[in-house]
Design a protein around this ligand. Structure first.
Ligand SMILES: CC(C)(COP(=O)(O)OP(=O)(O)OC[C@H]1O[C@@H](n2cnc3c(N)ncnc32)[C@H](O)[C@@H]1OP(=O)(O)O)[C@@H](O)C(=O)NCCC(=O)NCCS
Length: 207
């Protein structure tokens, strides 16, 4: 598993390039992002928020927001996709939350893209980035749950090679899954390839 230094999470920032050439940064959420993250969720359409949280949510409860900003707590991680604004501040245009379960080698995630940025390839780019993050943990399976009615997420997952299964507990949901087998040196994101390779070599040196 990748040893993440939680005091230096900025080193694990990535740049995504969209079809039209726009550059997007992806980085771990920091405590100072709390207000902007709450505003991001508030500014999603009701439908997008419903799809993201699998039910009606108008305002993110403080406890959920606290979980989002405490990256690494209970093995859960949150990232935001941002673009720079003219005044030097970043705007949040998407987010994802993920966790790795070493018992099942599974990497579970959920994500959202702001409505004004949907349909431009950002969801697809962020999903690819999540696959790099999963591979750096040594995960062999990616898993997500979505509402059966969420055509956009189902199409995104299908395009990315996921297969679909009945959700074990909730008939309203569908589970999408993908097996991955990526050697550390083949991870297609530079920062996560390096992280995985350094974790492999430090494991080898202690064994
Ligand atoms: C699902 C979601 C993440 C997709 O993000 P996106 O940035 O719009 O997706 P992309 O532009 O990368 O599209 C990727 C593919 O998904 C499919 N897709 C995206 N939006 C679609 C829509 N409204 N209807 C059908 N297919 C759609 C297409 O196949 C598309 O490929 P193409 O552009 O080559 O045709 C976004 O709609 C979203 O955030 N929705 C609200 C939150 C949510 O549903 N989260 C999922 C919970 S796990």
């Amino acid at each position: 598993m990748t040893p993440l230094r939680l005091d230096d999470l900025r080193q694990h920032s990535d740049k995504l390039r969209l079809r039209g050439g726009t550059s997007i940064s992806v980085r771990f959420v920091e405590p100072g992002d709390a207000g902007r993250l709450a505003a991001y969720f508030r500014s999603l359409t009701t439908r997008s928020r419903y799809n993201r949280f699998l039910g009606a949510v108008s305002e993110l409860p403080q406890s959920v927001l606290d979980d989002f900003i405490h990256v690494g707590q209970a093995g859960r991680f949150s990232v935001i996709a941002t673009v720079p604004l003219d005044d030097g501040v970043e705007a949040i245009v998407g987010e994802a939350r993920y966790a790795f379960d070493p018992d099942t080698d599974s990497f579970e995630f959920g994500l959202s893209i702001h409505d004004s940025w949907q349909g431009q390839g950002l969801g697809s780019a962020l999903l690819s980035n999540l696959q790099c993050r999963a591979a750096s943990f040594g995960a062999s399976r990616l898993i997500g749950d979505t509402l059966r009615s969420n055509d956009a997420m189902i199409a995104l997952a299908r395009n990315a090679g996921f297969s679909f299964a009945r959700h074990p507990d909730d008939w309203k949901l569908v589970r999408f899954e993908k097996e991955i087998e990526i050697a550390p040196e083949e991870i297609p994101c530079a920062s996560w390839r390096l992280a995985a390779q350094s974790s492999t070599s430090s494991a080898a040196s202690v064994s």
